[in-house]
Design a protein around this ligand. Sequence first.
Ligand SMILES: [Fe+2]
Length: 225
Amino acid sequence: MKEFVANQIYINEIPLRFLGMQLGTRMTVIRMKNSALFLHSPTKLTPNIKKRLDELGKVSIIVCPNKLHHLYVNSYVDNYPNAKIYAAPGLEKKRKDIQFNGTLSDESNEAWSEEIDQMVFRGCFFMKEVFFFHKETKTLIITDFIQSIHSYHNLFERIMGRVGGVYDNPSPPRDLRLMMCLDRQTVRQSVKRVKQWKFDKIIIAHGQLITQDAQFVFNKAFDWI
Ligand SMILES: [Fe+2]
């Protein structure tokens, strides 16, 4: 696990294959002022990760921001029985094996609302995702709606990255864009709302972290809509 913003945001990156591609995935850990830890899109709880988390604070909140980012939640349940787990809209139906404490909405839960804002990104036919904004560090935290493939990926992945329109171009992959075309008006409203947050960095789950010109990158990612 590495530090993204000192004392406040940490990330953990693990390999993850999807459709034959090594896309990797990334967990974001926000250390709140009371040392409670807010885990976004958790990666598998290994002894090393557990040790590191326990050094940082108390695992209190776990959020699964969309219906694809929930794979490793079960590994936390036994170790952190008091942690509260929240699901993206639609995930509770899919993961009936998990006892969620609630469904994420446009309103931040009071346990984190002072430090973290959130909204449901709507308009994609396939899925909704809950976007988060850490106020103090001006960090936008999302998973699948911006992705990127880079020169360090293998040939197949680079080709697929070009087909998907995300090679060295952080943006929604073409399949998600197509599913957003059915309801452009709603997508535009969601994009507008994200832009109200004055973020200067974006954490995504698949691809390079965006730490420069974040607003420009975000605008470019959604200019087609
Ligand atoms: Fe993903």
